[in-house]
Design a protein around this ligand. Structure first.
Ligand code: MN
Length: 261
């Protein structure tokens, strides 16, 4: 008898529960929060369903809907061409599919973000994590856990804005540059509505995660949830954005495969 193949080992692990599938995706509905830009800019649409028929005169045996959504609504994938720094790089349909299945490192800044909603991850934080856990995964994701997923059912709570603008955690400009240009990861995943911190419009450069990552042919994943159920190292993320031709991003189902001992 031949050895079981790697894929059959994966299948048996999934069946036995040795490998758990964790859903990192926020439910997509008309109440899914969306990012809000200052009023002088164009705004992304909230998700909307429009019923075509529901076992009625319009279609007696079938139910279906049209939907309207921003590319950047809910849990979604940012493609390099989303930002001007990556305008000549891949659109969301051109991202190599091999890069959509990748290992992930999960860095936990829940306590820091709870103490200070404007908390910024610095390069030193990542280096301290690497000293304990080993290097960030080559070709993998850096997932930043902040506890912000607990706010994902409320537009007001997830944006956490006051007169001085939104207050949500993220990366400093130098850390964003380091992740984009010096670290081996292909992208950054966060629990907030965008990869950048709430105050990042005032950073130099503005929105540094977008500016540096997209410009380095890297990706973003936003509004992730259940990162608390992932180990610091060793999980595999499957990110599935819709292949919108020429699109700048797309709603994505994001799953993690986790080994349970
Ligand atoms: Mn986006």
């Amino acid at each position: 008898m031949s050895e079981p193949s790697v894929l059959m080992s994966l299948v048996s692990g999934l069946r036995s529960g040795a490998i758990e599938v964790v859903d990192l995706t926020a439910p997509l509905s008309s109440s899914t929060p969306v990012l809000q830009l200052p009023p002088e800019f164009g705004q992304t649409a909230v998700f909307e369903l429009e019923e075509i028929s529901r076992y009625d005169d319009r279609g007696p045996a079938w139910y279906w809907n049209n939907f309207r959504s921003g590319e950047h609504t809910g849990t979604h994938f940012d493609a390099p061409n989303h930002w001007v720094t990556g305008k000549d790089l891949a659109d969301v349909a051109s991202v190599p599919v091999g890069r959509l299945v990748a290992p992930a490192a999960v860095l936990d800044f829940t306590a820091e973000a709870q103490a200070d909603p404007d908390f910024l991850v610095e390069v030193e934080h990542i280096k301290a994590w690497e000293a304990e856990n080993g290097p960030l995964p080559d070709g993998g994701w850096l997932l930043v856990r902040t506890g912000w997923d607990a706010r994902s059912r409320s537009q007001e709570e997830i944006l956490n804005a006051d007169d001085s603008g939104p207050h949500t955690p993220g990366l400093s400009a130098e850390c964003a540059r380091w992740v984009a240009q010096e670290s081996p990861v292909i992208g950054l995943g966060v629990e907030t509505v965008g990869t950048d911190a709430g105050g990042a419009y005032a950073f130099d450069p503005a929105f540094p995660c977008h500016s540096y990552l997209m410009g380095s042919d890297k990706y973003g994943l936003t509004q992730l949830q259940n990162l608390a159920r992932l180990p610091a190292t060793g999980c595999v993320v499957v990110a599935g954005p819709l292949p919108i031709v020429a699109g700048s991003g797309a709603p994505a189902r994001v799953l993690a495969l986790v080994e349970r001992g």
